[in-house]
Design a protein around this ligand. Structure first.
Ligand code: AP5
Length: 217
């Protein structure tokens, strides 16, 4: 299955992506995670992406598309993938459609996580991420048993640089302006399915899996 998760910053894409991808036994391809690991690894790609990420702007399309195209050609993505954070604007969506067509493939489904603005702010301001395994926590909604330490692997938790109030506001504006148009783009393609992404994480996962099962039938 070839699946895209779309929704505003903080909608829970990363959180749901890990459960859905593992349920479907397909790799999760998160452009944000790939950029962040390149930034912390000090690579050339990370150097190119960092200033855009720190401001909350999109990394230029040519950099992002080349990275995704290369990732999707890896062996583990041939039977399906879950894209988290890509595409992020209509030009990226059109390039993805063309790439997949060249490979004899198409997207099966775009799952939109629908959450309101205030909830997104609450989620982003309390998010903590594990430096070691990448597991995402929330200080109030999904806290680890020991503050600052990941329950999964014992790694140290940190707050993302782009989760400062100013940057969050800018990321939401960028979402409205550049990413929101994808909703009607994919609705017109007949592959969009929206789910209510409010409430406990497990409830959202259940809703997503029910929607997927209905779609797969
Ligand atoms: P990226 O990492 O993709 O950031 P984003 O889209 O802004 O999304 P987030 O990761 O902030 O949120 P999320 O929806 O994954 O929420 P999460 O599950 O963490 O991108 C970062 C940057 O990289 C971009 O700004 C850009 O610069 C660059 N970039 C990436 N892709 C690009 C592209 N295609 N083109 C160009 N540039 C690109 O959840 C948030 C919090 O809420 C967590 O603490 C979680 O525990 C909590 N939570 C989740 N679900 C629930 C729930 N149901 N109830 C309560 N709390 C919940």
């Amino acid at each position: 299955m070839r699946l895209v998760l779309v929704g505003p910053p903080g909608a829970g894409k990363g959180t749901q992506a890990q459960f859905i991808a593992s349920h479907l036994a397909i790799p999760k391809v998160s452009t944000g995670d790939i950029f962040r690991s390149n930034v912390s690894g000090g690579t050339e790609l990370g150097r190119q992406a960092k200033a855009f990420m720190d401001r909350g702007d999109l990394v230029p399309d040519e950099v992002t598309i080349a990275m995704v195209a290369s990732r999707l050609q890896e062996e583990d993505a041939q039977a399906g993938f879950l894209l988290d954070g890509f595409p992020r604007n209509v030009p990226q969506a059109e390039t993805l459609k063309k790439l997949l067509a060249d490979w004899g493939m198409r997207l099966d489904l775009v799952l939109e996580l629908v959450v309101d603005h205030d909830e997104v702010i609450r989620r982003l301001s309390g998010r903590r991420t594990c430096r070691k395994c990448g597991r995402v926590w929330h200080v109030a909604f999904d806290p680890p048993s020991r503050p600052g330490t990941c329950d999964e692997c014992g790694g140290e938790l940190f707050q993302r640089d782009d989760d400062r109030e100013e940057t969050i506001r800018h990321r939401l504006e960028v979402y409205q302006r550049q990413t929101q148009p994808l909703i009607s783009y994919y609705a017109d393609d007949g592959v969009l399915l929206g789910i209510d992404a409010t409430g406990p994480v497990d409830d959202v996962t259940d809703r997503a899996l029910i929607a997927l099962r209905r779609f797969l039938r």
